[in-house]
Design a protein around this ligand. Structure first.
Ligand code: SF4
Length: 378
């Protein structure tokens, strides 16, 4: 058991929340709002770090992975999305299976596949891509297709969600990514992504995956037109789903990249990012991991986020397109040594993982793994 730190609170509301955290009581909407609004940032970080250390000690996870976005053609046109295109658009692309495979390599332990909703990339074509990846890159695990894509596959193939997930699992799927959740708010959905699936269907897909033994992840897209209450409400709904079905691995708060969307021209501030990360760690007490996602946060904030509740940086990523077409300023892909340095800068120990958080190597000293040791998980 991690010793409970003596935190000198400047914000008395946080002191009351800390009592709940230490005694294992779940936080409510007022607590979440107080965390998102506090000016006592350092105390908030200490609270979230304590919870993180109870779950994963000093380890911070990363994975040697590639993000594969086979097409950006999409039948929908969500207002916040700079990635999607229609045929004939200057930035439109649609890879062949061979072009997709050419972006992968033998050292990968995870291939993360997400893309636009496009009839060329239906269930059968996606299964064929998965088969090819498994044959050519056997050490890579497949984490693929958001709940939105699963719903699209099901409707086009006239299959149930369960039948689609079973087929994907037969072809090597080990986890679902967390995208497509956006914000569980009917108001925001109506304004920004009216034609896309909403909260109920997104949760149904993940609940079905968990029932079948498939792990999954969850996201929140924040920093656009949502209110702080809607942010906390989203977290509470995810916590309730985890209570019911128990298969979420990681929560990933995604900082909105304004790009050319016209929704807002402001980026989230580093303070807002760190508050959101720490609040997520505190509210989602039943999630094993919280990701400090460097692609959206940038390297500096993501590294600081490892002392605000984050215990995972994601990975090397390769040629990510979704955030970068929205003009994210992070580099396109990081090396293993840069990830190790970011984790060490935060005073943490790098633990290389696979898509399901099995530890492959621990880097206690230098960039050569010395031992393979599992952290104490609560
Ligand atoms: S967010 Fe997804 S579903 Fe919406 S337009 Fe972009 S790619 Fe298509």
């Amino acid at each position: 058991m991690e010793p409970v730190p003596d935190i000198r609170f400047k914000d008395k509301k946080l002191a009351l929340i800390w009592e709940k955290v230490v005694s294992g009581k779940p936080l409510d909407i007022a607590d979440g709002l107080a965390c998102l609004q506090t000016r006592d940032l350092i105390s908030l970080g200490k609270m979230a770090s304590w919870v993180k250390e109870k779950k994963s000690g000093d380890y911070v996870y990363f994975v040697i992975n590639a993000q594969l976005n086979p097409t950006n053609l999409c039948v929908l046109d969500c207002k916040f999305c700079d990635f999607a295109a229609k045929p004939g658009d200057k930035h439109a692309y649609n890879m062949t299976t061979e072009e997709a495979l050419a972006r992968l390599s033998n050292e990968l332990h995870e291939v993360h596949i997400v893309g636009g909703l496009w009839p060329d990339w239906d269930l059968d074509h996606s299964l064929e891509l998965m088969d090819q990846i498994r044959e050519r890159f056997p050490s890579a695990q497949l984490k693929a297709f958001t709940a939105v894509e699963i719903d699209f596959f099901a409707k086009r193939a006239k299959l149930s969600i369960e039948a689609v997930l079973k087929k994907l699992m037969e072809h090597g799927l080990v986890a679902l990514p967390g995208g497509g959740a956006e914000v569980f708010s009917k108001r925001v959905k109506k304004e920004l992504f009216d034609k896309k699936i909403g909260e109920e269907r997104w949760l149904e897909v993940h609940a079905t995956a968990h029932r079948l033994g498939l792990k999954s992840n969850a996201t929140l897209l924040y920093g656009h037109i949502e209110t702080l209450e809607e942010r906390v409400d989203h977290l509470l709904k995810l916590r309730a789903q985890q209570e019911r079905s128990g298969g979420f691995l990681t929560f990933i708060p995604l900082a909105f990249q304004p790009g050319n969307t016209g929704i807002t021209d402001r980026f989230t501030s580093a303070i807002d990012d760190l508050r959101t990360l720490a609040t997520s760690r505190l509210v989602l007490d039943n999630f094993p991991h919280i990701k400090s996602y460097w692609v959206m946060l940038g390297e500096n904030t993501a590294s600081i986020g490892l002392n605000f509740g984050g215990d995972d940086l994601d990975g090397t990523i390769g040629e990510e397109k979704i955030a970068h077409l929205a003009l994210a300023e992070s580099p396109v892909g990081l090396t293993r040594s840069r990830l190790l340095a970011m984790i060490r800068e935060a005073g943490r120990i790098p633990a290389e993982r696979d898509a399901c958080y099995n530890i492959l190597n621990v880097y206690e000293n230098g960039n050569i793994p010395r031992e393979n040791r599992k952290p104490q998980l609560v």
